[in-house]
Design a binder for this molecule. Structure first.
Ligand code: DGJ
Length: 738
């Protein structure tokens, strides 16, 4: 089409009539309809809209499948008057509310002023658009408390990022008692089921579902860090939605401190989801002129079921969140010494393991706990980040050199935020930990938590790690964190500033990670916390992978990994092959089964290679090579959870497809066959129906009558029959486009 001058003039006229319009090259757009005072964001398959009502309040208008460009959302209006019991304000779908005016649901922000006033009502002031971000400014009706909301929609997934910055422009300090990043509104309905993750040490990522009913479900951590009691993620589905069909809203918080996500349905069936800092024991003192930014809360919507909701999250993480986004490097196959040697690490022992690891194709050798200070058990040494002279008389260099000579890079375990009372650091600085005057200092795993909010502690931790990385050729840090907080006091500051520790600790943790990454750009970092205790979009922005669970039982892992992938991408899901029987269940599993379980994520080996027989090395060598051929698809492709391992299922299966749909890999597992039943036919998903795919088995066998080449339609509709009988069987089949 020829674009004439007249057409251009007409388009400009339309845009001016609509209001401000911003269509970024990135594929998302932000519009402000001046006449109706409606903000509208569009990207991928999603539209998100809110407006300013006649009283100046910001109201949620729409969040769902993408609307037509010509659709005009009606303006926000004050709802009909309520009664004296429920109060008018509770019917207003406020995008971000101050606690005031008789509000009974979770507010965006709650503040106490020095004069005892605690009422806050936020009204619209102005907006601006910078790059892909929309900034909307609100102000209290009387006091100089200004809140700036941020909205950013991801072009690829339609996932919206929201956060809020609260500025104290009054002349006195104020205390923020609650600060959420966002409140998300669903259409008014009774038709919702909440899905969320819960867990404990060695038992992470249980999937739970409950009907959304009047009342509130609170997902949270009060532990100072993310924790594994709940993951900072939610999904709310229509009651008829399932893994492959139906409408699902989902989201996750980018915060590694105490957090809360509340899902509530009020008396008029309004369902809202709010999330941010955990308000329990919260009290952030904000000086005049200072501001507090909440974490970001990311949320999306799909009409294609829970599986698609997960794939959208995975895509966001790979293309926007991870440090190497949008093109993260594939994870190297690593070896970790922990389950083989425990604290008994030394130069000859580690070199012996490294030589064996290299022989099976391992690319990164990681020495775990025990290499520093007087660290011979978990009772001492933490905090003293100097190489143990008895175990490594010549420092780490001979080991690192040998690891390099074997063609691998070298990684090291650290737990920087902790200290054992039996350490030189604690003897010198007993006041550097979290504690409350005159109260017991509760230990967890014989250790205390350093107060990273303190400038001197932050400097100590940064300098210790910087020295380690500057003096040694280290490619990878496994950053561990093995207890939750107790007595979160900070006696060195004024009593009314002590609760700032919940925010300042985490900001300093992020700050150290940022500075280290800047100074040592080649170093990759794993977030570990006794397993999966510190996994969230905040830490994922600054680390390259996460430790999934201390439970490395390959059968248990199927369920844990299934829960993990609800929210987090398999690209960061570290999964080691360890010894059998496992310490967890004393269960015996074949080496091939253990490999296939781990190959669904980022593969590691954690077994004691000194005990392996020649045939074990041969199996491992073959499967590591197979893994390298499929890992990009597994780590960065689209995951389809074909058969769920939940609820005692006897079978489970996953499928990963490369973004261009040229490669797919199927993993299938059998717990126990019973009564001569064959393994159910497995139907693939997401393949190119018209393309031809050739199959080959990495492990296990399929029915000999199966065609070796067939269309995507065939594999999706006729499926594949795997021959699995007995206990703990596993198979993996690769599909390559011809
Ligand atoms: C807990 C981690 O999850 C383990 O993998 C191991 O690194 C130990 N800490 C070491 O103390």
């Amino acid at each position: 089409m020829r674009v004439t001058r007249a057409v251009v003039v007409m388009l400009i006229a339309i845009i001016v009539a609509i209001g401000d319009a911003h269509a970024a090259a990135s594929g998302q757009s932000i519009h402000f309809d001046q006449a109706n005072k409606v903000f509208r964001l569009d990207a991928a398959k999603v539209t998100y809209a809110f407006g300013v009502d006649d009283k100046g309040r910001l109201q949620s208008l729409y969040w769902g499948p993408r609307l037509d460009a010509s659709d005009r959302l009606p303006p926000a209006v004050t709802p009909p008057k309520a009664d004296g019991i429920d109060g008018d304000i509770n019917r207003v779908r406020q995008e971000y509310s101050g606690w005031g005016g008789g509000l009974y649901y979770e507010p965006g922000v709650k503040i106490t002023f020095p004069d005892g006033n605690r009422d806050l009502e936020l009204h619209y002031q102005s907006y601006s658009i910078k790059g892909d971000t929309l900034y909307v400014t609100l102000k209290d009706i009387e006091r100089a408390i200004v809140v700036t909301l941020e909205y950013e929609m991801d072009a690829g997934t339609g996932i919206v990022r929201r956060s809020a910055t609260i500025s104290n422009q009054t002349a006195t300090p104020v205390v923020i008692e609650q600060a959420n990043a966002a409140t998300w509104f669903l259409p008014r309905s009774r038709d919702y089921t909440l899905r969320f993750l819960s867990g404990r040490w060695a038992g992470e990522n249980d999937i739970n579902e409950r009907l959304v009913q009047p009342g509130k479900t609170v997902l949270e951590s009060r532990r100072g860090t993310t924790g594994m009691q709940n993951e900072p993620w939610f999904a709310v589905r229509r009651n008829d939605a399932d893994e492959t069909h139906g409408q699902v809203w989902f989201g996750a918080l980018a915060w590694s401190g105490s957090w809360q996500i509340a899902i509530e349905q009020d008396q008029v069936e309004q369902v809202r989801i709010s999330g941010g800092f955990n308000p329990f024991d919260f009290g952030y003192k904000l000086a005049p002129g200072a501001s507090l930014s909440t974490p970001s809360f990311y949320a999306g919507v799909t009409t294609d079921g829970l599986g698609e909701a997960s794939r959208l999250m995975h895509r966001l993480e790979l293309t926007k969140i991870l440090p190497q986004a949008p093109a993260p490097r594939v994870r190297p196959v690593l070896y970790n010494s922990w389950e083989a040697t425990g604290f008994k690490v030394d130069e000859p022992g580690q070199i012996a393991l490294a030589e064996k690891a290299a022989s099976i194709g391992v690319e990164r050798f990681v020495m775990d706990d025990g290499w520093f200070g007087a660290r011979n058990s978990d009772k001492g040494g933490l905090g003293d980040w100097v190489v143990n002279q008895q175990k490594f008389p010549h420092g780490l260099k001979p080991l690192i050199d040998r690891v390099h000579a074997l063609g691998m890079d070298f990684g090291l375990w650290v737990e920087p935020e902790m200290v054992n009372p039996d350490s030189d650091l604690y003897r010198a600085h007993p006041d550097w930990v979290l504690y409350m005057n005159g109260r017991p200092r509760t230990e967890g795993r014989n250790q205390l938590v350093l107060n990273l909010a303190r400038a001197d502690v932050r400097a100590y931790v940064y300098n210790a790690l910087d020295k380690l990385l500057s003096e040694n050729d280290i490619a990878f840090l496994k950053w561990d964190y093995n207890r939750s907080w107790s007595e979160p006091g900070w006696p060195a500051v004024a009593p009314d500033e002590q609760k700032n520790v919940y925010v300042d600790f985490i900001r300093n943790y992020y700050g150290i990670l940022q500075e280290l990454r800047k100074k040592h750009p080649k170093v990759e970092i794993e977030s570990c916390s006794s397993g999966g205790g510190r996994i969230d979009l905040g830490v994922m922005h600054l680390t390259d992978e996460v430790w999934t669970s201390d439970n490395t039982d390959a059968f248990d892992r199927l369920r844990i990994q299934d829960g993990f992938t609800q929210a987090w991408t398999p690209a960061v899901m570290m999964a080691w092959v360890t010894d059998s029987p496992t310490w967890v269940n004393s269960r015996t599993l074949s080496l091939e089964y253990r490999f296939l379980s781990s190959m669904q994520g980022s593969l590691g080996i954690g077994a004691d290679l000194n005990k392996w027989q020649p045939q074990d090395f041969a199996t491992a060598r073959r499967l590591v090579a197979e893994y390298k051929a499929i890992r990009k698809t597994v780590q960065q492709g689209s995951l389809y959870r074909l058969v769920s391992p939940q609820n005692g299922s006897e079978q489970s299966a996953t499928e990963s497809i490369s973004p261009d749909r040229a490669h797919a890999v199927l993993f299938a597992f059998l717990h126990s066959s019973t009564e001569n039943y064959p393994y159910p036919t497995v139907h693939l998903q997401g393949l190119d129906a018209n393309a031809k795919y050739r199959i080959h088995a990495i492990a296990g066998t399929f029915d000999p009558r199966t065609p070796l080449v067939a269309s995507g339609a065939y594999w999706m509709h006729a499926g594949i029959d795997l021959l699995m009988r007995g206990d703990f069987q596993a198979a993996a089949v690769v599909f390559d486009k011809e």
